[in-house]
Design a protein around this ligand. Sequence first.
Ligand code: NAP
Length: 262
Amino acid sequence: MDLHLNGKVFIVTGGAKGIGAAISEVLCAEGAAVVIAGRNAADNAHQLSTLKEKGYTAWAVEAELTRVDDCKKVVDFTWQTCQRIDGLVNNAGVNDGVGLENGDPERFMQSLQKNLLHYYVMAHLALPALKQSRGAIVNIGSKVSLTGQGHTSGYAAAKGAINALTREWAVELLPYDIRVNTVIPAEVWTPLYASWIQTFPDPETKLASITRHIPLGKRMTKPEEIADMVAFLLSDRSSHTTGQIMVVDGGYTHLDRAIDVS
Ligand code: NAP
């Protein structure tokens, strides 16, 4: 299937690592140009050289997305360099474990800043360009917004708000033909996941206890499987899909817990 992404320009926040890196790679492989927004210069440079070695068109902007000025830097750079923005992928975030009992109001607010506010800021700033291109927004959410996880109020609140904003923005942007969707991962092996699993006393046992409950294949989702859904949702092959929350998780969140296909 040709996704018609050739020559299009996409911003991917957190595009240097994990799911974001897979998204930037898949979009480039489909012929698009990508601007990666990430705070770690070395990670940005590494991902950029990986993409360039394959002959892809990509740039990286060093940005700490909790700062509005840095978000503006990303959007301005993209506009000045490419004179168009066809889509925004809001992906950067961290499950920072700010709970009700173990957290405090200050850290809760910081968690919203890390996981929610820049989604709004980036969409707000990219909107004039997206109106011109009739572009698309894809947010990366989390299963936590649907199921809870415990001890992570800030992250859960942010991801729940992202689901709500997906519907809200889909409605507000109808007059501009801008589609807005969210992709929800559950258990995807990334640097973030690898460090999260290490917080358990016996990481290997914990990991096995999770993967054996993932119905399709008893395995983690691959970052590329999230990226493929994102590419489809950014493309005009999903031209009548908006306001949707797509769960790409091998059935982990919704299928009957009693099934046993072993
Ligand atoms: P990851 O491996 O940590 O990659 C995220 C990238 O975004 C990193 O390069 C990170 O930089 C960057 N980043 C994070 N916050 C940033 C900020 N404020 N400013 C600039 N860059 C920032 O994470 P991932 O697992 O790919 O997760 C990507 C998205 O998927 C997140 O929204 C996450 O909540 C969601 N998600 C992931 C899973 C999973 O199983 N992996 C499950 C559910 C939802 P640093 O390395 O400096 O932090």
